[in-house]
Design a protein around this ligand. Structure first.
Ligand code: UDX
Length: 476
């Protein structure tokens, strides 16, 4: 087993790596480290999550993740544990991968980060490197440092109190905090881990830098070394820029609807310019997931908190929020009255290859359909169990179907809200035969308009020439 080598001490470190938080960031990261040969303790205080992992089953779907979990539970390199204190005490390098959800005002909720910082402070038993991998606003690492310093206990309290240093004083134990943001895409997390374009590390000491370079060396990819705040801001800036590309092409999509142009061809035509690039220029019902919406709000909050006008990022958010209205207008245009209609909804996850429904635009469509009195027949290859927590089965109003064909049965329209490859390969003639009327509204531009129209569908999509609908939406 490779060990984390701390050159300062001369000898190889024997300690395991601790990864705190077994969610969409922590679990792929922990299994990635185990695959690189490191000994990893995967800790989470949600005991049911750890119990689930110990049964050998992944707690969520990610391609290739189950295989790594099986392999490294067997190899012993990955050990799930509920004992966060013990994991921190045993490790020299502690990766913090806990959730940073969004508060009402858009600011990131950092309470889990603060709680973990206090746990680390309680277990400082020699040098520790605390690595902030959760997505956090710039300057969070400074707050982690201050929290650990404040709560750290020393074995021999110099000031005679209960071992707690006066606030702000350097504690007896040594530690560094580093920033190491993740760039994992859900549905590709394992691939992203082993094929990163870059590793970003914000560090304040040579020791911290060497430890992180040791850990990531097997990946043989560029390592960008910065200060803490710069590293934190790289993460938020990357997600905000990618969101900006998506809202940009969605605005162009609305213009395409208005003038009868084709947004996919516009994307192809501009994307061939290497300064623009072709990725993240797919128009549709907008971006969702646990990252883009939350990180955009957090960056906006940080900017405006420091007197920097939200400007472009406000517009990115507005365009994204309007996607559902534009989509629903197309469906109303196609069906006139939604009340009492049966709508087959293909796709519930916020994107393909995941079962994650957090901030899913598909669920916003379901919500709008139910509000207008339509009945929904739902199908998604992976995300139905999660969706049923939010929209429980209500036969005749909310029906979960075993296939797209079952969802299409008696439907007045089929809508595509997540671009699963499975939907591209459907037998659309069979779909049409099952439907009440052949109306198809493609919210993710998955299918070819002329092919679908030749197959007899009244086919609508985003920014591919259905002129009058966009005019209605923008008239509001
Ligand atoms: C994103 C970033 O890509 C990743 O680097 C970061 O670490 C975490 O956040 P993720 O949220 O998993 O990853 O999904 P991503 O593939 O980026 O898609 C985000 C949303 O944008 C999805 O709802 C997707 O449907 C939407 N999207 C993406 C578009 O609408 N159009 C596009 O062209 C691309």
């Amino acid at each position: 087993m490779a060990a984390v080598r701390d050159r300062k001490s001369g000898g190889p470190g024997k300690e395991p790596i601790a990864v705190l938080g077994m969610g969409h960031v922590g679990l792929p990261t922990a299994l990635g480290f185990a695959e690189l040969g490191w000994q990893v303790l995967g800790a989470d205080d949600m005991v049911e999550k750890i119990d689930h992992l110990k049964t050998g089953k992944a707690t969520f779907y990610e391609p290739d993740m189950q295989e790594l979990l099986t392999k490294h539970l067997a190899s012993g390199r990955f050990q799930p544990t509920k004992d966060v204190d013990a994991a921190v005490a045993a490790a020299r390098v502690v990766f913090v991968c806990v959730g940073t959800p969004q508060r009402e005002n858009g600011a990131a909720d950092l309470s889990q980060i603060e709680s973990v910082a206090r746990t680390i402070a309680r277990n400082l038993n020699g040098y520790k490197l605390v690595v902030e991998k959760s997505t956090v606003p710039a300057s969070t690492a400074e707050r982690i440092k201050r929290t650990i310093g404040r709560y750290a206990r020393t074995e021999t309290p110099a000031n005679g109190t209960n071992g707690r240093r006066a606030a702000g004083k350097e504690s007896g134990a040594r530690f560094d905090v580093a920033s190491n943001p993740e760039f994992l895409q859900e549905g590709k997390a394992i691939h992203n881990f082993f094929h990163p374009e870059r590793i970003v590390i914000g560090v304040e000491s040579d020791q911290a830098r060497q430890l992180l370079e040791d850990i990531y060396r097997p990946l043989k990819c560029p390592i960008v070394v910065t200060d803490l705040a710069t590293s934190e801001l790289i993460k938020h800036s990357a997600n905000a820029f990618l969101s900006t590309k998506i809202s940009f092409i969605n605005m162009i999509s609305d213009i395409c609807d208005a003038v009868g142009a084709d947004v996919a061809s516009v994307a192809r035509g501009i994307g061939l310019d290497p300064r623009i690039g072709h990725q993240f220029l797919s128009a549709g019902i907008g971006f969702g997931g646990y990252c883009f919406p939350k990180d955009l709000k957090a960056l906006l909050y940080l900017a405006e908190e420091h007197g920097v006008p939200g400007g472009i990022l406000r517009a990115v958010e507005d365009v994204n929020l309007r996607r559902i209205e534009v989509f629903m207008d197309k469906l109303r245009h196609a069906l006139w009255v939604l009340q009492g209609k049966k709508i087959a909804v293909l796709g519930l996850a916020f994107k393909p290859l995941t079962d994650d429904i957090r901030e899913s635009p598909a669920l916003r469509v379901v919500e709008e359909l139910l509000k207008e009195g339509a009945a929904v027949r739902l199908y998604d290859p992976e995300a139905m169990p999660a969706a049923q927590q939010v929209y429980p089965e209500a036969p005749g109003r909310v029906d979960y179907c075993r296939s797209a064909y079952e969802a299409a049965r008696g439907a007045h329209a089929v809508v595509i809200t997540t671009e699963w490859e499975e939907f591209r390969k459907l037998n659309w003639k069979k779909m049409q035969e099952a439907m009440e009327v052949p109306v198809l509204v493609d919210g993710r531009n998955l299918l070819d308009p002329s092919a679908m129209r030749e197959a007899g569908f009244e086919y609508f999509s985003m920014g591919r020439g259905s002129r009058q609908v966009a005019m209605t939406a923008s008239a509001k």
